[in-house]
Unconditional design. Structure first.
Length: 302
């Protein structure tokens, strides 16, 4: 049957074999997010936000409950030591566990004397610095949040240095920042703004400071969802979960096309032995399809 897709540029057909099927890996969840791949174990870990659970997909395709009481955890990322860095909505913090979900500890929950909004998505630079978005989604009265007043008067992007404990505000001019990912050489940071339906690109300094921030691309078309989780492959093609599926952009910003997914798609992660499988966390179901010969820099081979 093949993938359901829209092609805006023939380079999409070089990147994705559209004759393959969209695979249903596992299903029966509530609203899954934060997929992250461990190259050493061959496992994919992801969160089910409303029920505060973390699950793990094993090399044999079995799924098991890894952790409960996650405080409606959303985005995940591995640090350089193989720990999982977690965005928590209910506690408005960035926390850390070991790879088995044990020994959770809060790393940062306040900017100055004000509580963070609801950290949403996270990436870890190769020097260990943690970059994350902090929209207000987790403070709204919804199944993925806990309704409560907002302390900060902005929604921003931050960088946290675990060794020094320093938290830096990098940008505060977003309506609601969401997904983010580095370019393969980590010189650029892509961040999307869900309500504005666009992706911005920043230049990243060694100290984590951002420059630029121009609108790099916009997502278009019908379907459930808004710009959400993002990943980049080794050729710097950007994959953004947004309206109706996964929107794919060339490193130039050219819109290559959309792979349609039957459920609202919140985030994605590359995995597999050759890092050529794109896993899609889409509401109740984890789906996947293959990319032609490309690996993801952010799906770090730890």
């Amino acid at each position: 049957m093949g993938l359901t897709y829209e092609c805006f540029d023939k380079r999409l057909l070089d990147l994705v074999d559209v004759d393959q099927n969209l695979e249903t890996v596992c299903t029966g969840f509530t609203f899954i997010e934060g997929p992250v791949w461990n190259h050493v174990t061959g496992c994919l870990t992801f969160n089910d936000i409303p029920v505060s659970r973390t699950y793990r997909l094993g090399p044999d395709k079995s799924v098991r409950l890894l952790r409960e009481n996650t405080h409606k955890a959303n985005g995940n990322a591995y640090d350089m030591e193989g720990n999982i860095i977690v965005c928590e909505h209910v506690r408005s913090c960035i926390s850390r566990t070991d790879d088995m979900g044990r020994n959770p500890e809060v790393l940062v929950s306040h900017y100055g004397d004000k509580e963070l909004n609801s950290p949403n998505d996270v990436v870890v630079r190769s020097d260990g610095c943690i970059f994350f978005t902090d929209p207000r989604f987790g403070r709204n009265p919804s199944r993925v949040g806990l309704a409560r007043p907002q302390d900060l008067d902005f929604q921003g992007v931050f960088c946290f240095h675990p060794e020094s404990g320093e938290l830096k505000l990098l940008a505060d001019d977003f309506e609601n920042p969401n997904g983010l990912c580095f370019s393969p050489d980590e010189s650029c940071l892509y961040v999307n703004d869900s309500p504005r339906k666009h992706i911005r690109r920043f230049r990243v300094g060694e100290d984590g400071a951002l420059q630029g921030g121009e609108v790099w691309a916009e997502t278009i078309g019908p379907g459930e969802g808004l710009p959400d989780g993002m990943k980049v492959d080794s050729l710097e093609n950007v994959y953004c979960c947004a309206q109706g599926g996964v929107h794919i952009f060339h490193k130039s910003g050219d819109y290559l096309g959309i792979i349609r997914v039957p459920e609202q798609t919140g985030n994605c992660a590359f995995g597999g032995t050759d890092m050529d499988i794109l896993y899609l966390a889409a509401s109740t179901t984890l789906y996947s399809f293959r990319i032609n010969g490309h690996a993801d820099k952010n799906g770090r081979k730890i």
